[in-house]
Design a protein around this ligand. Structure first.
Ligand code: PLP
Length: 346
């Protein structure tokens, strides 16, 4: 541990305590009303509207022909910081009290959440310290530092979560990457945009790490359009939600490893599991090889650079193609585009 990464600021005691697996172990009664609802997502949209980009959803002629249905791409890799994560980060951070804002933000992440929290903290004039594993790809580390956050390198993602409580105890506010209702509702704003842009929507395919994105998107769409099918996608080695759904409870992965680094949550949360149980059609697990092949295909044919956590939605669409008819309207959520080029160019 680096000496300059020891928490040292006095202040109010945090309400949420992180467990080593990243789940919130202590949750004080929630004070923001019905956040995990369509209304919660709509409130998030109003709250974060001036802080995030409204990304486009475009029809892909080539993919529509290939898959025999109407395929659209939600171009969320053009979001600020290159991924959807700023939606949830802003929705949470904009609700903090003046005292919490003064205390600073702490987060644990191996990727896009780190960048998002660092960026939002800079925009909202808060200080942020982010615990990141040594193995985090350099593009995420560089961007997080460039946004002005203090990065503390630790051995693993589990260690990153272990370090959080010492900061909370000194008044820093923890922003959980996927279990916090305000974070989930913030991610859901992406789903509202999809519904606006594709009125005939029948299917959405969205990737899952801890399940905040998929849960939020489902919350935005299902209450309005129950017939729309929301499909989750994970990669082999990072299939915490598929395992949790089949076990009927949260399952801890001994080790999460995948080329889709940002999907490698060690476990989902009770909240996101409940949302998946309630709303998801199914969770498809694709191989790293197929996710990478889809990444190259999207780059070459659609001219968009995505990370494997996004391109896996195309790999899943190929597996699901028999579920779609020529009248369906299927959206692939390209939720992030942060990838170090050396990882994808052989
Ligand atoms: C690009 C990208 N896609 C998907 C996910 C999964 O999001 P969640 O953890 O909310 O399921 C992440 C998480 O970091 C991500 O960065």
């Amino acid at each position: 541990m680096r000496a300059d990464c020891v928490a040292n600021s006095p202040g109010e005691r945090g309400r949420r305590i992180a467990r080593p697996d990243g789940r919130a172990a202590v949750t004080a009664p929630f004070e923001h009303g019905d956040v995990l609802s369509l209304d919660g997502v709509r409130s998030a949209q109003t709250r974060i509207g001036s802080h995030v980009r409204r990304t486009a959803t475009v029809r892909s002629h080539g993919l529509s022909e290939l898959l025999g249905t109407n395929v659209y791409l939600k171009l969320e890799m053009f979001q600020k910081t290159g991924a959807f994560k700023v939606r949830g980060a802003f929705n949470k951070m904009l609700t903090l009290t003046a005292r919490q804002k003064r205390g600073g933000i702490v987060a644990a992440s191996a990727g896009n959440h780190a960048q998002a929290v660092a960026f939002a903290a800079r925009e909202l004039a808060m200080r942020a310290v982010i615990m990141m594993p040594e193995s985090t790809p350099r593009n995420y580390l560089n961007a997080t530092r460039a946004y002005g956050a203090k990065v503390c390198l630790v051995d693993s993602l589990s260690d990153a979560f272990v370090r959080v409580p010492e900061y909370q105890a000194r008044g820093w506010t923890y922003i959980h990457p996927f279990a916090d209702p305000l974070v989930i509702a913030g991610q859901g704003t992406l789903g509202l945009e999809i519904l606006d842009d594709v009125p005939d929507l029948t299917d959405v395919i969205v990737s899952i790490g801890g399940g905040g994105l998929a849960g939020g998107v489902a919350l935005a769409i299902k209450p309005q359009r129950p017939a729309v099918r929301v499909w989750g996608v994970e990669t082999v080695g990072a299939d915490a939600m598929a395992q949790a759904l089949s076990a009927g409870r949260v399952v801890e992965l001994a080790q999460a490893t995948s080329v889709a680094h940002t999907l490698c949550a060690p476990a989902v949360a009770e909240t996101t599991l409940a949302l998946a149980q309630q709303y998801l059609e199914d969770v498809v697990v694709v191989s790293d090889r197929d996710a990478l092949a889809a990444l190259r295909f999207l780059l070459e044919r659609e001219k968009v650079l995505t990370e494997a956590a996004s391109s896996c939605t195309l790999a899943a669409a190929e597996l699901l193609r028999n579920s779609f008819t020529s009248d369906d309207h299927v959206v692939l959520v390209l939720c992030g585009g942060n990838v170090a080029l050396e990882e994808i160019i052989a």
